[in-house]
Ligand binder design. Sequence first.
Ligand code: MD3
Ligand code: FE
Length: 199
Amino acid sequence: AMIDVRGVEIRAGVLSRPEQEAMLRDVLAVQAAAPPFHPVTRWGKAMSVAMTSAGRFGWVSDRRGYRYEPRHPSGVPWPPIPDSVLAVWRAVAPGMREPECCLVNLYRAGARMGLHQDRDEADLSQPVVSISLGDEALFRVGNLERGGTTESVWLRSGDVAVIGGAARLIHHGIDRVRDGSSDLIPSGGRINLTLRVVT
Ligand code: MD3
Ligand code: FE
């Protein structure tokens, strides 16, 4: 089933359990090569979500601000985006450029992501594709401008969201994660993958 929340297309249950398990193995290999870290904002506060990336570019933040970088903070290049993940992009974003970044967001109990826009990418005609694995998360969608009303929806393991067109610059965030709601990830928690064209 597909639901549309203010232009954010959420395709529920796209990935089968075996597909989720295979993707999780690939994402754990990415994490082994590029260990997750808690980015620090310009104001010196560590984010509650741990992050790493795969692809030509990864997203980093520190006291200098946030940006895309070709290397993990350790100096190693980011590992390639797994084929299992690329296959989802190609299926839901046909005719688009190939993704250059797969941002891996790791939510343990209590982690959240405040309302924000994704606008660090040079080509905003390219969509963002999001894949949820593990525990359910309460996703909030706002408006193109700051403020106003919001709508919330639960994202579940195996759901894929496609954000393009006018919705590309909408405010969005994750309010909370329902601890223990999925048994996909043995250590618990939630993993969200976002695929983006960066340049
Ligand atoms: C709507 N991640 O990494 S994914 C992010 O679940 C981010 O980790 C959230 O927001 C997460 O930037 C939400 C769904 C999503 C991703 C990108 C979007 C929704 C979006 C970009 C524009 C509008
Ligand atoms: Fe975002």
